[in-house]
Every structure is written in structure tokens, then in C-alpha cells.
Ligand binder design. Structure first.
Ligand code: NDP
Length: 303
């Protein structure tokens, strides 16, 4: 392993945000208003609060308008749907994101289905999932799109490569597999029922791990030279026993970095790999939505 084998998602995300910033300024000059992202947070989940704060700060830093709507945990469905409808109708709002998970009494699918698909910058609406499945333009979920950007930046043309995506969630695994198929990879989707996962992963030129199990993917599962994208974010006890006893934690991915990095041709670290890409892609999607909503052309591949 050398430093050049590390895929620096933090640096890539910074460059992407800078490009978004430049294009957001030219959008504002042409449209006479800023591109706008509305984020809805229901309840006080601490991790969600951190994400929402971070999204708001980065939106403003890119020269776009951030509209935050914080609702109490006991908000009823009708009030939440009414807010989403109001945001659908608001011309200052180009993108709408409802932070998940929602409190258990609210139906996430119903809320997502209420978002105007052309403002669905998270790409979770079934219309956008369908557009991705049939190869039409639409919004693609931010994390897998960020993974694809990192892969293309590192490998160039992905055509013909064997890709294994571990995980089949609607927000990461399935759209990731669709994107790789769109790049003409031969795609295998693995999940909790997959037989002999290690053997399946060993065939892959590209491995995307989106499982939610700390350090599950081991070095002897990896074909030498393969590119490994680790989507996982898992909090585990600190390695320092004293710190661990005090309840201190550290972040690890779904990939056992220590054993995989020496075998892989390239690998994303955790933190600093896929994580920073998610918000950068959200801002990119919002800018794309703004151009479409305002009827201003954005050159193909400009962002
Ligand atoms: P989900 O829990 O929705 O999906 C996990 C998937 O992993 C499921 O398809 C499940 O299979 C599969 N799985 C579970 N155990 C195994 C196993 N032992 N072997 C093989 N497959 C298994 O998770 P998400 O897709 O939402 O997230 C995955 C990870 O990515 C998490 O760590 C999450 O924190 C992280 N994440 C990171 C983001 C970022 O910005 N970097 C954004 C989103 C997620 P089955 O369907 O059979 O149950």
C-alpha cells in the first residue's frame, strides 16, 4: 500500500464543492436569486442534528440559500405533509430533503412520495428510482453517486469490470448497482443471504461495501489490485482500553482497512473517503435542480 492507493474523498469533495460554488454564483447572476435547499428535521436525533447543521453550513458556504425546518418529534403526519407541499410550491426552494430516519409514527415512504420528484435531490422518490432503473435522467441518491464519481476519477472507464456491491438497501446498494450497470460493469449484488460471500467478493475488480457491519470485509476476500469503496460508518470502542472504558469510540467502515489496504489497488478510508462526498453531491444535485427549475441550461458534464 502507498499513499497513492488511498482514495481521498475529502479532497475530491472539496473540489466538487468549489465547482458547485462557482456555478451557484453564475446561477444567481442569471436567475436573480440563489439556488435553495430546504432541509426538514423532525425530532431531536443527535446524529441527524449534526448532519442537518453540516448540510446547512455547507449549503451557505457554496453560495446557496439554506431553509431549515425543525419540527418537534410528535409532529403529526398531516402537518409534515403540509410542510412538504408548501416547499413543493415555493419557487425559492429547488431541493427538498427530509432527514431520515423519521420518528416511528411517521410513514417515511408516504413523506418521500409527497416530495415533488423534480425537487427530490436525495433521489429517494420512486419516480427517481424508476428513472435510474430505466436509464433516464433524474436525481440519484447522493452516497452512491459520490462513490461512482470516486471510482470514475480513479479508474476512468469502468466498462467490462466485475463489480460486487455488498448491500441491497434502496438508498445505497440498489442505486449503486444500477449506476455500475449503467457504466457497463458486470454487477453482482450481495446481501445477508449470499452464499460464500468471500468467494463472490474475490471475483471483483470493484468492491462497494454498504453493509453496516464493522470491518467485515477482510484482506483475503480481495482480488489483488481491486478498487475498494467502503460506505460503512460504524462506531466501535476506542482501541485505547482506558479511553474505551470511558466510553470513547472511533469510526470504522465495513472494510477491515488494515488487512485490505495492502491487497487493494485503491481504497477509500473511513473517515475521509465516501462520507464527505454525500453532502457535496447533495449540493451538486440542488444546483442541477435549480437550473432545471429556473429553465437555465447547465452544460452536460459541467458538474
Ligand atoms: P441497511 O441496513 O439498509 O442495509 C444493509 C445491507 O447489508 C442489507 O442489504 C443487508 O442484507 C446487508 N447485510 C447485512 N449483513 C450482511 C452480511 N453479514 N453479509 C452480507 N450482507 C449483509 O444499510 P444502508 O445501506 O443504509 O447503509 C449501509 C452502511 O453504509 C451503514 O454502515 C451506513 O451507516 C453507511 N452509510 C453511509 C453513508 C455515507 O454518507 N457515507 C450514507 C448512507 C449509509 P439484507 O437486505 O439481506 O438484510
Amino acid at each position: 500500500m502507498t499513499d497513492s492507493n488511498i482514495i481521498d474523498g475529502k479532497a475530491f469533495a472539496e473540489t466538487l464543492r468549489a465547482r458547485v460554488g462557482t456555478l451557484a454564483a453564475s446561477f444567481e447572476a442569471q436567475a436573480g436569486r440563489k439556488a435553495g435547499l430546504a432541509v426538514v428535521l423532525v425530532g431531536e436525533d443527535p446524529a441527524s442534528q449534526v448532519y442537518v447543521r453540516s448540510k446547512g453550513k455547507q449549503t451557505v458556504a457554496c453560495g446557496m440559500a439554506s431553509f431549515e425546518h425543525k419540527l418537534p418529534a410528535d409532529t403529526d403526519e398531516a402537518s409534515l405533509l403540509a410542510l412538504v407541499e408548501a416547499l413543493n410550491a415555493d419557487p425559492a426552494v429547488d431541493g427538498i430533503l427530509v432527514q431520515l430516519p423519521l420518528p416511528a409514527h411517521l410513514d417515511e415512504q408516504k413523506v418521500i412520495a409527497t416530495i415533488n420528484p423534480d425537487k427530490d435531490v436525495d433521489g429517494f422518490h420512486v419516480i427517481n428510482a424508476g428513472r435510474l432503473a430505466v436509464g433516464q435522467k433524474g436525481f440519484v441518491p447522493c452516497t452512491p453517486l459520490g462513490c461512482l464519481m470516486l471510482l470514475k476519477d480513479r479508474l476512468g472507464n469502468l466498462s467490462g469490470l466485475d463489480a460486487v456491491v455488498i448491500g441491497r438497501s434502496n438508498i445505497v446498494g440498489k442505486p449503486m448497482a444500477q449506476l455500475l450497470l449503467g457504466e457497463s460493469c458486470t454487477v453482482t449484488i450481495a446481501h445477508s443471504r449470499t452464499k460464500d460471500l468471500a468467494e463472490v467478493v474475490r471475483r471483483a475488480d470493484i468492491v462497494v461495501a454498504a453493509v453496516g457491519r464493522a470491518e467485515m470485509v477482510k484482506g483475503d476476500w480481495i482480488k489483488p489490485g481491486a478498487t475498494v469503496i467502503d460506505v460503512g460508518i460504524n462506531r466501535v470502542a476506542s482501541l485505547d482500553p482506558v479511553a474505551a472504558a470511558e466510553g470513547k469510540t472511533r469510526l470504522v467502515g465495513d472494510v477491515d482497512f488494515a488487512s485490505v489496504a495492502p491487497v487493494a489497488g485503491a481504497i477509500t478510508p473511513v473517515p475521509g473517503g465516501v462520507g464527505p462526498m454525500t453532502i457535496a453531491v447533495l449540493l451538486r444535485n440542488t444546483l442541477v435542480a435549480a437550473h432545471a427549475n429556473a429553465g437555465i441550461a447547465l452544460a452536460e458534464g459541467a458538474i
